[in-house]
Design a protein around this ligand. Structure first.
Ligand code: NDP
Length: 291
């Protein structure tokens, strides 16, 4: 019996595998993060490499200021819209009902598409907490967005949202890696049919120098990055590593030919230090912006 729900048995066997969301739609188990991809040639090379390696989900945000190069990259490379899963996120500065409705129009224009597969609230913001979510519910009803979710929500934020939401988020995208495994939150998500999606799944490289992970990786003839991403999938998370290097984009996708046993999963779980690389959601909630 495992320490946490969701170990090993349901592990996907290929990068194009999907998870069923609570709204009935499917979401790829692995996607490509685009934060800091900020020029057209780099974006085009990354997206082409990722597509060739089998990634079908691309994660952007208003805040990354790169929707207007991701959209053209998809067009220029001739990738079929219906074969893609596009995620974007509502920035703190445009939260609130009317502002969100308007801001999403801008995202669709920049991404050169008439719908998003998934729209997330990037961070919880106290002032606009319920109004922004109401806008997402409306955007979904209108068909501009297929699925709606949140990002950086704690259990407390999710419980608060449940007091007024007509429907609950189907995804919660949070910082998650071996030094911050957010066990209680991931368990809560799972119990409430919310898919946990890992951002900074490689801990923005901080975790890659861990000596125990290096030994485990050598044992499997894999890289540390591959071991970490595999651990995330075996916890039934969705993961979205980012790289600008084609060989790393391919490497990160090549994690479907090995598996970690329960002892290895537990050893990685025990590396948790509650160490964030990003902001603390509660402070963003109170101040209304990333700090
Ligand atoms: P990651 O944990 O994905 O790490 C990215 C870093 O790791 C880059 O420096 C990259 O370098 C390096 N890297 C990637 N693969 C390898 C590898 N195989 N070996 C060695 N180094 C590697 O961090 P991100 O912060 O980018 O998170 C991923 C995505 O999550 C983002 O791109 C974004 O889409 C999303 N995100 C969401 C947030 C939210 O608040 N919702 C916040 C932050 C991120 P290089 O590029 O030079 O190869």
């Amino acid at each position: 019996m495992s320490r946490r729900g969701g170990y090993t048995t349901m592990t996907p066997t290929e990068i194009t595998a999907t998870r069923k969301l609570a709204d009935g739609r499917q979401m790829p188990v692995m996607g490509f993060g685009t934060y800091l991809l900020n020029d057209q040639p780099t974006m085009n090379t990354a997206i082409q490499t990722a597509w060739d390696a089998g990634y079908r989900m691309f994660d952007t945000a208003m805040l990354y200021r790169n929707e207007d190069i991701l959209g053209p990259a998809i067009q220029q490379l001739g990738l079929p819209r219906e074969g893609l899963f596009l995620t974007s996120k509502v920035a703190e500065i445009v939260q609130g009902y009317d502002q969100t409705m308007k801001a999403v129009e801008g995202s669709l224009k920049r991404l050169q598409t008439d719908y998003l597969d998934l729209l997330l609230i990037h961070w919880p913001v106290r002032e606009h907490f319920f109004d922004t979510w109401r806008a997402l519910e409306q955007l979904k009803a209108d068909g501009q967005v297929k699925s709606i979710g949140v990002s950086n929500y704690t259990v407390a934020h999710l419980e608060l949202l449940a007091t007024k939401a007509k429907e609950m988020p189907v995804v919660n995208q949070v910082e998650y890696h071996p030094y911050l495994n957010q066990q209680a939150l991931a368990d809560y998500d799972q119990e409430h049919d919310i898919v946990t999606e890992a951002w900074s799944p490689l801990g923005r490289r901080v975790v890659l120098d861990d000596p125990m992970l290096a030994k485990m990786a050598a044992h499997h003839n894999k890289s540390v990055a591959q071991v970490i991403l595999r651990w995330e999938l075996q916890h039934q998370l969705v993961t979205i590593p980012k790289s600008t290097h084609p060989e790393r984009i391919q490497e990160n996708a090549n994690i479907f030919d090995f598996s970690l046993d329960i002892d290895e999963m537990t050893m990685i779980d025990l590396l948790n230090k509650n160490e964030r690389t990003g902001d603390e959601p509660e402070i963003v909630y109170e101040t209304g912006k990333q700090y």
